[in-house]
Write a protein that binds this ligand. Structure first.
Ligand SMILES: Nc1nc2c(ncn2[C@@H]2O[C@H](COP(=O)(O)OP(=O)(O)OP(=O)(O)O)[C@@H](O)[C@H]2O)c(=O)[nH]1
Ligand SMILES: [Mg+2]
Length: 252
């Protein structure tokens, strides 16, 4: 049997970004904005819990059965980039159980600035920053900030309280991204929610027409993992071709 072309199945849309920047809230916002007209599913990735899935189920924005949790253990990056099996199986299960779906949203485990999805797992990815993380974070770069399909500067309603100039932060981000899309968002600002909705719809249209080619934002930067069993209290590792040797050395 010929393989189903990617454009014939649901758009798989990844949502990554540092802890607490509003990934689950953004997914809830998309479900609220599009849940009536599109058939949606959600997969969350948490290290040890199904906290994000429970948050989204309790938000009541989607049939709870359409929200699945993948518990990644150890490094949440691995499950969205190096060994994506658990996520692929979860996406395929959702797509089969609720066939046909239009979009499967996949939330990465929140971590630092380095998480990116493998293009083998998602067709497109959103990277979420928030103003509370500081106005200069967009300038710090990294693969997600630089090359995700969309960079969201979230919680703009908080900007006056944290002294962040949103237009400046967006301009810095646009510069770091060489013109790729940047969206200032607040779940409390209907206009920005409408812009997010429009972006998701245009990405879905591009996916269906075959005009969108999944991009790899690039490898994650090396990062630190706390590990009580490690003599230095943790270790630094990267997700590149040396990963496997490194991973084995740390039984990670
Ligand atoms: N003021 C404001 N708060 C927001 C906004 N979006 C999210 N939040 C709040 O930010 C906090 C974290 O939001 P989450 O959506 O749980 O963030 P997350 O990125 O999924 O967090 P982790 O999965 O733990 O990494 C919550 O208290 C949200 O209510 C926003 O637009 N404005
Ligand atoms: Mg979350």
């Amino acid at each position: 049997m010929p393989e189903t072309p990617a454009s014939a199945r649901a758009l798989r849309l990844g949502v990554a970004g540092p802890v607490g920047t509003g990934k689950s809230s953004l997914i809830a916002t998309v479900c609220r904005a599009l849940g009536e007209e599109l058939r949606l599913g959600v997969i969350t990735n948490d290290i040890y819990t199904d906290e994000d899935a429970r948050f989204l189920r309790s938000a009541g924005v989607l049939d709870p059965d359409r929200i699945r949790a993948v518990e990644t253990g150890a490094c949440p990056h691995t499950a969205i980039r190096d060994d994506i099996t658990m996520n692929l199986l979860a996406a395929e299960d959702l797509e089969r159980d609720f066939s046909p779906l239009d979009i499967v949203l996949i939330e990465s485990g929140g971590d630092n600035l380095t998480a990116t999805f493998s293009p083998a797992l998602v067709d497109a990815q959103i990277f979420v920053l928030d103003v509370a993380g500081g106005g200069d974070v967009a300038r710090k770069g990294g693969p997600g900030i630089g090359r995700a399909d969309l960079l969201v500067v979230n919680k703009t309603d908080l900007a006056p309280y944290v002294g962040v100039d949103v237009p400046q932060m967006v301009a810095d981000a646009a510069e770091a991204r060489e013109g790729r899309a940047v969206l200032a968002l607040s779940k409390h600002d209907a206009e920005s929610v409408a812009a997010l909705r429009a972006w998701v719809l245009s990405m879905l249209a591009a996916h269906r027409s075959g005009d969108h080619v999944p991009q790899d934002p690039g490898p994650m930067a090396p990062h630190f993992h706390a590990d009580d069993e490690h003599p230095e209290g943790g270790f630094v590792h990267a997700h590149d071709e040396h990963e496997h040797a490194d991973a084995e050395a740390h039984s990670h």
